[in-house]
Design a protein around this ligand. Structure first.
Ligand code: FNR
Length: 366
């Protein structure tokens, strides 16, 4: 039988009740500079579980303090963070959804002000030194962030940070972990020849540039429970046709390499590594074709999530029915409508589906 938007998705030992995932979205809402979740994070994430999404993914959650984009990003670099996040995972589960965490390091795109403050590099005592595969700063219009090339020893430290973060995520009760290797942040900076100019084992050819991500995936898999899925978010293309860059063909090859390491789903986004990128379209489902290509052309049986411009029930349902993706990952529409999944079920006349649960308190509204 063809799956639809409200068919549960079984991955390893867990069942995601339906195919709607809340895309990771930074809220820049930690108070102070401690990376701890606040009432805002709790309300924001749990509302989307109440709203019916099968999988609720946290925003990019920094594995190290220097890996935050802004001082107000969420972190998981200590047990105190894990304890605080455990309250959120428990509430998400109580409301019928699977809690997921995006493990992230911002690399050379760290140490900035918040978007509503201009996303400018932080100066003076406010900022911090950023790290990257090569000491090439992001080309800001005004100013620069100091960026240091990671040594081999530093790289080992980054791997350990990701692994320790995954162990804490496990203790905090997350059901899915997603490694953030997209959007020009640290792991994408290693993948792309635009930002990786290293001549050692972690640079050069495809093998070298993908080494760090493969090592992190392998080491996380060793501590992440067997029954829990592991996702990787990638930028399928750098959208830079005018220079040597990361391409969809590279992404297909990467999916082939990641699946045998125990990666269960590739979350397919695009871009973010350089401001010269040329985005062909930002219309409905604008990145879906990359997800479809990875699903069709990977020689591995790896699940795929599509993200970007999914805003309607019909569109999300068609993605699943046509087999172009296994998860419909919805970002901004979830900011507009926390009840996206419940509204979609009503619109598609699927409120009776196994994969959808109407909170009893709201029963008469749907
Ligand atoms: C994002 N996006 C994003 N992506 C990611 O991988 N980690 C993150 O923390 C964030 N943060 C973030 C914050 C905000 C406010 C927005 C709007 C976006 C990208 C997001 O997950 C998604 O990929 C894009 O928004 C495209 O999907 P939609 O919004 O068209 O459904």
């Amino acid at each position: 039988m063809t799956a639809d938007l409200f068919a549960p998705l079984e991955l390893r030992g867990i069942e995601i009740p339906n195919r709607v995932m809340v895309s990771p979205m930074c809220q820049y809402s930690c108070e102070g500079r401690d990376g701890l979740p606040t009432d805002w994070h709790h309300t924001h994430l749990v509302s989307r579980a109440v709203g019916g999404a099968g999988l609720v993914m946290t925003e990019a959650t920094a594995v190290e303090a220097r890996g935050r984009i802004t001082p107000h990003d969420l972190g998981i670099w200590s047990d105190t963070h894990a304890d605080a996040l455990a309250e959120i995972t428990a509430s998400i589960r109580e409301n019928g959804s699977v809690p997921g965490i995006q493990l992230a390091h911002a690399g050379r795109k760290a140490s900035k002000t918040r978007p509503w403050e201009g996303s400018d590099p932080l100066t003076g005592d406010e900022g911090w030194e950023t790290v990257a595969p090569s000491a090439v700063p992001w080309p800001y219009e005004d100013g620069e962030t100091a960026v240091r090339e990671l040594s081999i020893e530093d790289i080992d430290g980054v791997i350990q940070s990701f692994v320790a973060a995954a162990e804490r995520a496990r203790e905090a009760g997350f059901g899915v972990a997603e490694i953030h290797a997209a959007h020009g942040y640290l792991l994408h900076e290693f993948l792309s020849p635009v930002t990786n100019h290293r001549e050692d084992d972690y640079g050069g050819d495809f093998e070298g540039r993908t080494r760090l991500l493969r090592e992190i995936a392998r080491e996380i898999r060793a501590v992440w429970p067997d029954e829990n899925p592991l996702f990787v978010r990638i930028s399928a293309t750098d959208w830079l046709d005018d220079r040597e860059s990361w391409t969809v063909e590279d992404s297909i090859r990467l999916a082939d390499d990641l699946a045998p390491l125990g990666v269960d789903l590739i979350d397919v986004s695009a871009g973010g590594v350089h401001p010269d990128q040329h985005i062909p379209s930002t219309g409905p489902g604008y990145q879906e074709r990359y997800a479809r290509r990875i699903k069709q052309e990977s020689s591995e049986d790896v699940a795929v999530g599509a993200v970007g411009g999914i805003t309607t029930a019909e569109q999300a349902d068609a993605l699943i029915r046509n087999g172009r993706g296994d998860l419909a990952i919805v970002g901004r529409e979830h900011l507009r409508d926390p009840y996206f999944a419940l509204h979609a079920a009503r619109e598609l006349d699927r409120l009776d589906a196994d994969g959808i649960e109407i909170p009893i308190q709201y029963d008469r509204a749907f």
